[in-house]
Design a protein around this ligand. Structure first.
Ligand code: FEO
Length: 193
């Protein structure tokens, strides 16, 4: 059963704003994935693409929360991300820096929930705070790897192979398409006809 919580206007706006930043994060990492594709580093591109998928889920999870709490989802322009980086190290440094900024944004969002006396949203945001700890750790780990590798071609190939192992997983309980399944036998191709 859907629970109507009635978010305040200020809370709704802040959550919609953060959903936009999460989608921007997805776009940024997709841009980095394309950058690595252009360098022929498909494992690095894979790592970034998985990261882009995770950010998309972060945005959608926030969007779904706004809807389930009786709010109105509001889509706004997504900023264009950077197109090129000077080196893999620079790109991974940018990931780490970006995640630090996002942690600050989530903390500010918690601050809004507290000032609005919205305990439910404050509890909801705990998942994001936990996620940010992981995001900072994993981006620090790959940054250090990229620094160690430097421009040594053999080490670069080994790191590329390793980062190519990363796989995307939806968080437990999250349903990207909650409106029900397509009828048996329906495919995207057949829908287009
Ligand atoms: Fe959704 Fe990496 O912050």
């Amino acid at each position: 059963m859907m629970v109507i919580l009635m978010l305040s206007e200020k809370m709704t706006e802040a959550l919609n704003g953060q959903a936009n930043r999460e989608l921007y994060s997805s776009y940024l990492y997709l841009s980095m994935s394309a950058y690595f594709e252009s360098l022929g580093l498909r494992g690095f591109a894979n790592w970034m693409r998985v990261q882009a998928g995770e950010e998309l889920v972060h945005g959608m999870k926030m969007y779904d929360y706004v809807i389930s709490a009786g709010g109105r989802g509001r889509m706004q322009a997504i900023e264009a991300p950077q197109f090129v980086w000077a080196s893999p190290v620079e790109a991974f440094q940018a990931v780490y820096n970006h995640e630090r900024v996002v942690t600050g944004l989530i903390k500010a969002l918690v601050g809004v929930a507290i000032s609005e006396k919205d305990k439910t949203t404050e509890n909801f945001l705990q998942w994001y705070l936990d996620e940010q700890v992981e995001e900072e750790e994993s981006s620090d780990m790959v940054l250090n790897k990229a620094k160690t590798v430097g421009s040594d071609p053999r080490a670069l190939a080994a790191a590329d192979k390793e980062l190519g192992q990363r796989r995307f997983k939806f968080p437990s309980g999250f349903d990207m398409f909650p409106y029900g399944r397509q009828p048996e036998g329906t495919t995207i191709g057949s829908l287009k006809k």
